[in-house]
Design a protein around this ligand. Structure first.
Ligand code: BG6
Ligand code: MG
Length: 221
């Protein structure tokens, strides 16, 4: 029996509970510049590349940097973030993620990571789940961040599936837009604001059933 589709998971806020850690790291950067930003503002950073996040934060603070300093501050953010990441263990994997991966593996449905984070591979290794993925695409592999579809199109290509055969799980507006632009089925998770843009929405991955997936992916006899 040949499977008829594949799955692409976003990382932060889908596979692992790192959205709060990304927020903390970016907030430290704003604090270093002498200002702060809110959780609501942080919603707009979700899914964006490190470069695009820093640009947005500097715009909030009305701060201009030279190219050299811009790169220096991206590195500082990353060192703040990695300090959190190296403290993390598998308990940070979000509810329903491992169970969903088990179902996909049982049904021979390949799955990939499609993350904007340049620490995507590091995070999967820290959690001990890197080898479960059939393909891994993170921010190091692409030129264009979400909402550009490049991350998801590359993931589909590495899995060997047409974009229209791929289902994407995303928690960020930019990520759902990227999936839509890629011509994939977009599933918004954990954010009511995604209802307008995503093809389907769930509160978390524990709600995603085998029967639901069967509508798109599985069990062609
Ligand atoms: C995305 C997060 O996955 O990665 C963003 O949603 C984050 O919040 C972005 O800023 C970039 O992450 P990194 O680890 O490359 O700095
Ligand atoms: Mg995310």
């Amino acid at each position: 029996m040949k499977n008829s589709g594949a799955v692409i998971f976003d990382l932060d806020g889908i596979v692992v509970d790192t959205t709060g850690l990304q927020f903390l790291a970016w907030r430290k950067i704003a604090n270093d510049f002498g200002f702060d930003f809110s959780k609501d503002q942080n919603e707009g950073l979700k899914g964006l590349s490190r470069e695009d996040c820093l640009k947005q934060i500097l715009a909030w603070g009305n701060i201009k940097l030279s190219v050299k300093d811009f790169h220096k501050w991206m590195d500082i953010k990353n060192s703040y973030y990695l300090n959190y990441i190296y403290e993390m263990d598998a308990s940070a994997i979000l509810p329903g993620t491992l169970e969903l991966m088990d179902v996909l593996q049982e049904e021979n449905i390949p799955f990939a990571l499609g993350s904007a984070s340049k620490s995507g591979k590091i995070v999967l290794k820290q959690l001990g789940i890197y080898s479960r993925f059939d393909a891994v695409v993170d921010g190091n592999d692409v030129k264009n961040g979400k909402p550009d579809p490049e991350i998801f199109l590359l993931a589909a290509n590495r899995l060997g599936f047409a974009p229209s055969a791929c289902v994407v799980f995303e928690d960020a507006v930019a990520g759902v837009q990227a999936a839509n632009r890629a011509g994939m089925i977009s599933i918004g998770v954990g954010n009511k604001g995604l209802q307008k843009e995503a093809d389907f929405t769930f509160n978390n991955l524990t709600e995603v059933t085998r029967e639901f997936l069967q509508n798109f992916l599985l069990f062609q006899s």
